[in-house]
Design a protein around this ligand. Structure first.
Ligand SMILES: [Zn+2]
Length: 274
């Protein structure tokens, strides 16, 4: 059985905490052309697009990419780590603490990510699996002989070292350089601004809305990291983002490279001795 990296490490070292819902300082401006050299993007999509931060750690000498970023690269440094787009990404939901309307926003966000990637998400139904600091990616007693589905769980973020200004945090886990599972913790105590009085709104409107939170976090789940352009969904500060919560050209270029268009990649075999 394979033991995954403890989520506590991730939270403490910043991956989750960096997805800020607070209004922040505005970040970098727009203005640069997001058009990538298409030939280079096809042959070596990760070149110049490796996230400056992954798994809570800064990559030394790596600048935050402008328009899209991949969280992790396969050996050789050219191909991003991603799910096998030729099989559905299965997920389970622990919505015991979810506020009214949250599941509608989640479902709408999933539909947007599916459209942008060609990936297919399949809801395997409710679970009582709690948010945890050391989730296993293979749990045959709970989920049978398969990789554990992605867990989406509403929880009190403070119990997982998430500040109230951090509405959610998620990541995926790989086996043999292919993502096979993941976890997304949604912070029920999240605030939309530093004054601590405003809750994120439902829907896909301006600033830190739950719809924006979900499409940002689901993009982390499929393998995108943070970018410097403040007009992209993958800019780390959600509160400064204006207009409808929808993907922009940089986001879309990154999501395409993680999805169906990039072709199938074998799903790794389960751990031996199951
Ligand atoms: Zn983020």
């Amino acid at each position: 059985m394979r033991r995954v990296v403890a989520l506590a490490v991730i939270v403490a070292s910043g991956l989750l905490a960096s997805c800020g819902g607070s209004s922040g300082n505005g970040g970098s401006g727009a203005g640069e052309d997001v058009t990538a050299d298409s030939r280079d993007a096809a042959e070596c999509p990760v070149r110049d697009h490796l996230a400056a931060e992954y798994n809570g750690r800064r990559r030394s000498g790596v600048e935050m990419p402008i328009d899209y970023a991949f969280l992790e690269a396969r050996r050789g440094g050219c191909l991003p780590v991603r799910f096998n787009p030729c099989e559905p990404i299965r997920y389970v939901v622990n919505a015991a603490l979810a506020p009214a309307g949250a599941l509608d926003d989640l479902q709408a966000a999933i539909t947007k990510v599916e459209a942008a990637t060609g990936l297919s998400f399949v809801n395997d139904g409710p679970t009582d699996e709690p948010a945890t600091t050391n989730r296993l990616i293979f749990q045959p007693q709970r989920y049978g002989a398969r990789w554990a589905p992605v867990l989406i769980v509403w929880a009190h973020g403070g119990e997982y070292q998430m500040e109230p200004t951090n509405p959610a945090g998620g990541r995926s886990f790989d086996a043999a350089e292919t993502f096979v599972s993941g976890v997304l913790i949604v912070n029920v105590d999240a605030v939309a601004s530093d004054n601590g009085r405003t809750r994120p709104g439902s829907g896909f409107g301006d600033g830190t809305t739950w719809g924006r939170v979900f499409i940002h976090e689901l993009s982390h789940i499929v393998g995108l990291g943070h970018v410097a352009r403040s007009d992209q969904i993958m800019f780390p500060e959600l509160g400064v983002q204006r207009g409808p919560a929808e993907f922009h050209p940089g986001d879309l270029a990154g999501l395409r490279a993680l999805g169906k268009e990039a072709g199938c990649t074998p799903t790794p075999p389960l751990p031996p001795g199951r």
